[in-house]
Ligand binder design. Structure first.
Ligand SMILES: C[S@@+](CC[C@H](N)C(=O)[O-])C[C@H]1O[C@@H](n2cnc3c(N)ncnc32)[C@H](O)[C@@H]1O
Length: 237
């Protein structure tokens, strides 16, 4: 019997995920209750930040994975996975028993990533089609989420962070890699990032510049309890 095309499998799988999405547990189903960010949101223009050889030559993924302590057994989500720069390097480090969720809002990008994983013989990766305000990851199933070069593209970061929270297991962390540039220039100033994460209760526990690679890494711990949506205070750039 022929196996269904990968994209169909992704769409089917994301449909299944949607049926047990943490959305309801995460708060109001009405996305309009969340305040819009008080700064521009960058447009999605590409499934990759820049070319992988240059990033590796500058040690980006190695530095990030070492700093956050990636080790076999961890369940990791690559959110905004795009072409999978982090997904494939996480898979290599986590080994054959890896549990990786590669999530993106673009079905086309997930289709390309699925083909890449097959071509490179990488297993242990579940592809998930999320929504701009909800990554649709399984409940209490993530030890570490990595958001690389994508935070500034999230339409409503307050809603996104709110709906992401129930997917974290105890002692989980959230790692964000971005450039210290304005959001309209495809970066996020670190003070703005800290403010928006704090508005939803996330607390910064680490920060490093990634030089000679581009940008910075910030690590947060999620809140024990989410604040009421009405208590979210807007941040400015
Ligand atoms: C510049 S690419 C970065 C890809 C990869 N993380 C990297 O470091 O090369 C940004 C990716 O984030 C995705 N993206 C944008 N907004 C998103 C959202 N709200 N949820 C999930 N993915 C999103 C885009 O579709 C795109 O694939």
């Amino acid at each position: 019997m022929r196996r269904p095309h990968l994209l169909l499998r992704v769409v089917f799988f994301s449909g299944w995920i949607a049926s047990w999405s943490p959305t309801d547990a995460a708060g109001p189903a009405d996305r309009h209750l969340f305040p819009a960010p008080n700064r521009p949101v960058a447009t999605i223009i590409s499934p990759a930040y820049s070319d992988e050889k240059t990033r590796d030559r500058r040690g980006e993924a190695e530095r990030v994975m070492t700093r956050v302590g990636i080790r076999p057994g961890m369940r990791v989500a690559d959110i905004g996975a795009g072409d999978g720069y982090y997904t494939v390097r996480l898979a290599r480090r986590l080994g054959s028993a890896a549990t990786i969720y590669a999530e993106d809002v673009k079905a086309e990008y997930l289709g390309r990533l699925g083909s890449r994983l097959k071509r490179e013989g990488i297993s242990g990766v579940t592809l998930i089609r999320g929504e701009p305000g909800d990554p649709k990851l399984p409940l209490a199933a993530i030890d570490l989420a990595i958001l690389a070069h994508m935070y500034h593209e999230i339409e409503n970061p307050y809603e996104f962070l709110y709906r992401l929270r129930p997917s974290f297991a105890p002692n989980a962390r959230l790692a964000i890699v971005d450039l210290d540039k304005s959001t309209q220039d495809h970066g996020t100033p670190p003070a703005l990032l800290r403010c928006e994460l704090a508005a939803v209760g996330y607390r910064q526990v680490d920060f490093i510049l990634l030089a000679p690679a581009d940008g910075y890494l910030v690590v947060f711990v999620p809140p024990d309890e989410l604040p009421p949506v009405e208590a979210i205070r807007l941040c400015s750039q």
